[in-house]
Design a protein around this ligand. Structure first.
Ligand code: SAM
Length: 214
């Protein structure tokens, strides 16, 4: 996997974020190439993979709302990792684990086949320029990779504020025999994410999409 779906950003890490990372204990799993024992890590809970949690505010709110679901949250951005870990610790959550890395690489190298109950991808980088479309996270190849890691009946919940990307997502899923679904009304229980708040402020329409693994 050579194409990056994200922009490598340094970003200043605050003291609070650095402390949260340093004191993460078992909440932060090392990225690597060995398969994770999700049953052991999440004590038998069903597991949802979130790719690109940003600052993790929505991630933590959703984890707190459903303690019966384990959340494996993956992002490449270090300050956001610190925010997520700080919030998870503050909320005393035990059903959340984070990995600093590329969610697609994690899926490919660290997740067993048919391991996931679901996937969340909220506001993946839109890559609006045509020459960058190949960097988008939702592609036929990535949809097939993530399908292979998801149980039959598992879900993939996506949201975007970029309508051409919403259309591309629908095309990708329509061409897949592994995912079935489409656009849904915004679920009431999906918290507004940090990125989404800006999109709403700038009056962009939000599209939620929900697909089930065949
Ligand atoms: C536009 S931001 C949205 C963040 C958050 N979901 C929100 O709505 O506020 C996209 C995020 O996805 C992350 N990202 C992009 N590609 C990724 C990948 N392959 N693996 C993990 N994180 C990724 C970026 O680092 C960034 O934090």
């Amino acid at each position: 996997m050579t194409i990056r779906t994200y922009i490598p950003r340094r970003g200043r890490v605050s003291k609070r974020q650095a402390t949260a990372i340093a004191e993460a204990d078992g909440l932060l799993l090392p990225a690597g190439d060995e398969l994770l024992d999700l049953g052991k890590i999440f004590a038998g809970l069903s597991v949802v993979l979130e790719i690109g949690f940003g600052t993790g505010s929505a991630t933590v709110a959703m984890a707190a709302n459903d303690l019966e679901l384990g959340i494996l949250a993956v992002d490449v951005h270090t300050p956001g990792l610190g925010d997520l870990l700080y919030r998870a610790r503050e909320s005393h959550l035990t059903n959340i684990r984070a990995i600093a890395g590329d969610g697609l690489v994690v899926a490919e190298q660290m997740l067993p086949e048919l391991a996931l109950a679901g996937i969340r991808t909220f506001f993946p980088d839109p890559w609006p320029k045509a020459r960058h479309h190949k960097r988008r996270l939702v592609t036929p190849l990535n949809a097939a990779l993530l399908a292979s890691r998801t149980k039959a009946g598992g879900f993939w919940h996506l949201a975007t504020d970029w309508q051409p990307y919403a259309a591309q997502m629908q095309e990708v899923f329509a061409s897949s025999t592994q995912w079935l679904g489409g656009v849904i009304p915004r679920p009431q229980d999906r918290p507004v994410t940090r990125y989404e708040a800006t999109a709403i402020h700038e009056r962009r329409d939000i599209t939620d999409l929900w697909y089930l693994r065949n």
